[in-house]
Design a protein around this ligand. Structure first.
Ligand code: C2E
Ligand code: CA
Ligand code: CA
Ligand code: CA
Length: 279
């Protein structure tokens, strides 16, 4: 209470400074936590089920990083990915999560794929493709069961490097998806710049589509675009049966979202697969 009175007495600027200081401390704490936690294996894959919308069958998982912090519990990626990008630790974090995911999923049913997120900062690393291939060899995970998701306009600052990295990945049989399509980060121009195999409709349109006619129109337009470009589409953010039904009516083939399962631990993913005879 004394602290609060003192802060209030110093007015808005003092409060603002205190907030900034807290942010600075937590940013430094996150960076220190990354340096310590990556080699300690604290960054782990969670698995979000992806289904065939026609049959309802599980066909894969999106790999989403989580920080299993020794005292603070499970920390979501939005809290540490931006810091990892800023301080050059995103590649180490990513390799650690991929190594674990490839090892865990290696012996799952061959019909089950993994989709892994790669940050734009990693597409500036000329060794990215070699690093991924090395992990595949090391873990025995097959390249043709891997899809890489990328977003962001910033990668077009160095388009030729991004193109050569993506070319090497595709030569290995790895597929490429354009994530968050329809948002400012992924637009029509990007579709021509890199050899994408799939478009992912951003969840903001999908979650709103049954309440907001404009979102519905955008999902419908992207679905038609996919058809005419011969690019299959994944819808993310399917939160209920009504959205699922609408997407099925549109003829979309692949989807994910809370209706099918939230990002889950490897143990939960294995249970889900075991129930369906896919382990
Ligand atoms: P994203 O790639 O767009 O992933 C989808 C996000 O939507 C995930 O959040 C997921 O938990 C959430 N989500 C899934 N289904 C639903 C739904 O039905 N409704 C709603 N409202 N949300 C849903 P998450 O796991 O917090 O990840 C946030 C972002 O962090 C990801 O967005 C991705 O850009 C990034 N990220 C996660 N893991 C990695 C990683 O290993 N490397 C990199 N570079 N980025 C990652
Ligand atoms: Ca993604
Ligand atoms: Ca997305
Ligand atoms: Ca996103």
């Amino acid at each position: 209470a004394m602290q609060a009175a003192k802060t209030a007495g110093r007015g808005r600027h003092a409060w603002f400074d205190a907030t900034m200081e807290r942010e600075l401390i937590s940013r430094n704490a996150i960076e220190a936590g990354l340096r310590e936690g990556i080699p300690a294996g604290q960054f782990v894959p969670y698995y979000e089920p992806q289904v065939d919308l026609t049959s309802g069958a599980i066909i894969g998982f999106e790999v989403l990083a989580r920080w299993e912090h020794p005292t603070r519990g499970i920390i979501p990626p939005d809290s540490f990915i931006p810091v990892a990008e800023e301080c050059g630790l995103i590649a180490d974090m990513s390799v650690s999560v991929m190594r674990r995911a490839f090892t865990e999923a290696r012996d799952w049913d061959p019909s089950i794929t993994l989709s892994v997120n790669i940050s734009p900062a990693q597409l500036k690393d000329p060794w990215l493709a070699q690093k991924v291939v090395k992990l595949l060899v090391e873990t025995g995970y097959p390249a043709n069961r891997l899809e890489i998701e990328i977003t962001e306009s910033s990668l077009f600052q160095n388009l030729s490097l991004a193109q050569s990295i993506v070319g090497s990945l595709k030569n290995q049989g790895i597929r490429l998806a354009l994530d968050d399509f329809g948002t400012g980060y992924s637009s029509l121009a990007h579709l021509r710049a890199l050899p994408f195999d799939r478009i992912k409709i951003d969840k903001s349109f999908v979650t709103a589509m049954n309440k907001d006619p404009e979102s519905m129109a955008i999902v419908d337009a992207i679905s038609k675009l996919g058809e005419s470009l011969n690019l299959p589409i994944t819808a993310e953010g399917i939160e209920d049966q009504a959205i699922y039904d609408s997407l099925r009516k549109m003829g979309l083939h692949k989807g994910q979202g809370w209706h099918f399962g939230k990002p889950m631990t490897v143990a939960a993913a294995r249970r889900l697969l075991a129930e369906k005879g896919l382990l």
